[in-house]
Every structure is written in structure tokens, then in C-alpha cells.
Write a protein that binds this ligand. Structure first.
Ligand code: XIL
Length: 321
């Protein structure tokens, strides 16, 4: 079972995102989630995001956000918490507000202290800042960047440290996608870590979302090279949202084999990198996945099929653990 194998291979966990609605509606799905030997870590797919936790200014709600942490607690699984400062799933009162540095700083600090305070001691890691960089390597032009330039990065990590001052359990992450290709976006993420560190703010990890494509996934050694660029900066790394999509469906038999090899390359690179702590798939079954809703025509990006049966990818992962 994948988490047991991952732990034996030196990782902390193999885990998954869990969709809030399936928790109460799908007991066959939950039987897999609740098997700690298979999945040693969970993360809320949507419930802890800003639009769910602070839909209007100063009014906090944890109904959705508490669903997955409760599962982690019942099962004794690691909980990754996701996410605090992100341009998306951000309520319009934030994204369309007219802010000065002082007013937006107070909004960010209030958000972080309330949400982190609510989950204090429960999260193994928090994705403090998510997706601050555009695919071409420029800074993403969010309300945060427009107001602060890059100063909001250190501001957010400092606010996280302050909210966690009593437990100091927190592993504070920067999390992004398309860092796997070692291009301009990767270079900028390296710069980001340096910016935050130079500002004296605590950043402990970089999350590689790894929303990848069958047949276009970098090799195990290329991926290892990228991970090591970050561990060299004294931060841990993890694959935080792994899925590898077929560009067109149905997938051929050979595409399923390629998908398995791609998953093995990703997981293998984590095993090969001291400081890579774990792998999280963004959902484990093709029954529920954000991919078909986001990438038109693409799908079947996960390691169990729609009937909750293990795919070739599952076996390929198990063979590198
Ligand atoms: C996705 C969820 O899976 C969807 O259910 C939701 O509609 C949109 O967000 N990067 C992230 C995740 O950091 O939070 C996103 O999750 C996928 C991309």
C-alpha cells in the first residue's frame, strides 16, 4: 500500500486531496481515504480557501474547511493545509477592493491569523502563498502584487510565523505549478525563496503542484535536478497536487503505460532527493478530478479509475517505492 511503501522508502507520506462533498456522500471512496497504509496524508480540496473561510470581510466560516481536517484527525493522518494567499478562489471583496498598502496588509494579517488560529496544531504544513508567478516567469499581476510588488510575500510568511508562534509546528510553504520544467518560472521561484529569506521571513518549503501531462512529464533525473535547486536553499520540497492527464480520451493501452512511467518518474525523483518529504495526488480517483472541468477534453489523470480500481499508474508508483 502506497503510504506504507513511501514511508519505508524514506518519505514522510504519500497522500491525497479530498473533495469535501465526497466525504459524506461516497463510502467506497472514503474506505480508501480512511486507509492510512494507502494514504498517510490528506489536504482539503477547496474548504480552506479564502472564498470559503472569509467570504465577507471579517466574517469567518469553517464549515467546509473543517471537513477534511476532521478526517485527518480520525485517521491519524498528516494534514496539509491549503491555502492562505492566492489570487484565485479569492472573494471579490478582496480582489476588487481598492486598497492601500496599510489596509490590504491588515486584511491579509487578519485572514492569516484567524484561519491559522482556527487550525492551530493540526496542520503539518500550510501553503502560505500559492501561485505568485505567471507561466512566463513574470510576477503574477494579482491584487497583492499590484498593491505591494513582491513585499506581500515576506509579509504573508511573517504573518504565518506570528500566528503559529506558540506551537512552532508549522512548515510554511510556497506552492506553484509548472515549476517542474526548470524554465523561467522555476528561476523566478528560486528568486522568490531568496527574496523571502533575505527579508528575514520564515519559508520552510516549496510545493511542486505537478499538474502534468502524459508523455510530456520530465524524466526522473531532470525532476531531481529541479528539486535539488530548492533543497540547496535550505527548504524542504514536496509534490503537493500531482496529477498527470491524458490530453485526449479514451486513453490507449500504451498511453496508460506512459502515464505509469510518468508517475514513477515523479515519485522516483522525490525518493532520490534528500529533503523531498512526500507526494500528494490531487485526488486519487478519476471519479472526481478537477482536470476535465479545467482542461477541455483531457482527463483520467489519477491512479484509480472511475470505479475505484487501481490503474497501471498505481503499480508503477509502487515499483519505485
Ligand atoms: C482546484 C480544485 O480541485 C477545484 O475543485 C476547484 O474548482 C478549483 O481549484 N491549484 C491549486 C488548487 O492550488 O487549489 C486547485 O484546486 C488546482 C490548481
Amino acid at each position: 500500500q502506497l503510504n506504507s511503501l513511501a514511508v519505508a522508502a524514506g518519505l514522510k507520506y504519500f497522500g491525497t486531496a479530498v473533495g469535501e462533498s465526497a466525504v459524506s456522500s461516497d463510502s467506497a471512496y472514503m474506505a480508501i481515504v480512511n486507509n492510512k497504509n494507502e494514504l498517510g496524508q490528506v489536504v482539503a480540496e477547496n474548504g480552506q480557501k479564502w472564498d470559503a473561510t472569509e467570504p465577507s470581510r471579517g466574517s469567518f466560516s469553517y464549515t467546509q474547511g473543517d471537513i477534511v481536517p476532521k478526517v485527518a484527525k480520525a485517521n491519524g493522518q498528516y494534514l496539509r493545509c491549503h491555502t492562505l494567499v492566492w489570487y484565485s478562489q479569492l472573494p471579490s471583496w478582496v480582489s476588487s477592493g481598492s486598497w492601500t498598502r496599510a489596509t490590504l496588509q491588515s486584511v491579509i494579517e487578519t485572514h492569516i491569523s484567524n484561519v491559522m488560529g482556527h487550525y492551530i496544531g493540526q496542520c503539518y504544513a500550510w501553503d502560505v502563498v500559492n501561485e505568485a508567478i505567471a507561466d512566463d516567469g513574470t510576477w503574477r499581476d494579482s491584487v497583492f502584487y499590484k498593491t505591494f510588488g513582491t513585499d506581500y510575500l515576506a509579509l504573508a510568511f511573517n504573518a504565518a510565523k506570528k500566528a503559529d508562534a506558540n506551537t512552532k509546528l508549522l512548515v510554511a510553504y510556497y506552492n506553484d505549478y509548472n515549476l517542474e520544467y526548470n524554465g523561467a518560472k522555476t528561476d523566478r521561484a528560486v528568486e522568490l525563496v531568496g527574496i523571502v529569506q533575505k527579508a528575514g521571513a520564515p519559508i520552510d518549503g516549496v510545493g511542486f503542484q505537478a499538474h502534468l501531462i502524459v508523455g510530456s512529464t520530465p524524466s526522473r533525473s531532470s525532476l531531481t535536478t529541479v528539486l535539488k535547486r530548492f533543497t540547496a536553499l535550505n527548504v524542504e520540497v514536496a509534490y503537493t497536487e500531482l496529477d498527470i492527464r491524458h490530453s485526449s480520451l479514451p486513453a490507449s493501452a500504451s498511453a496508460l503505460v506512459t502515464q505509469g512511467n510518468d508517475f514513477a518518474n515523479v515519485v522516483g525523483s522525490c525518493v532520490d532527493t534528500t529533503g523531498c518529504v512526500g507526494v500528494t495526488v490531487w485526488g486519487f480517483t478519476d471519479k472526481y478530478s478537477w482536470v476535465p472541468n479545467t482542461f477541455s477534453g483531457a482527463g483520467d489523470a489519477l491512479i484509480y479509475d472511475k470505479n475505484l480500481v487501481k490503474k497501471a499508474a498505481w503499480t508503477s508508483i509502487s515499483s519505485v517505492l
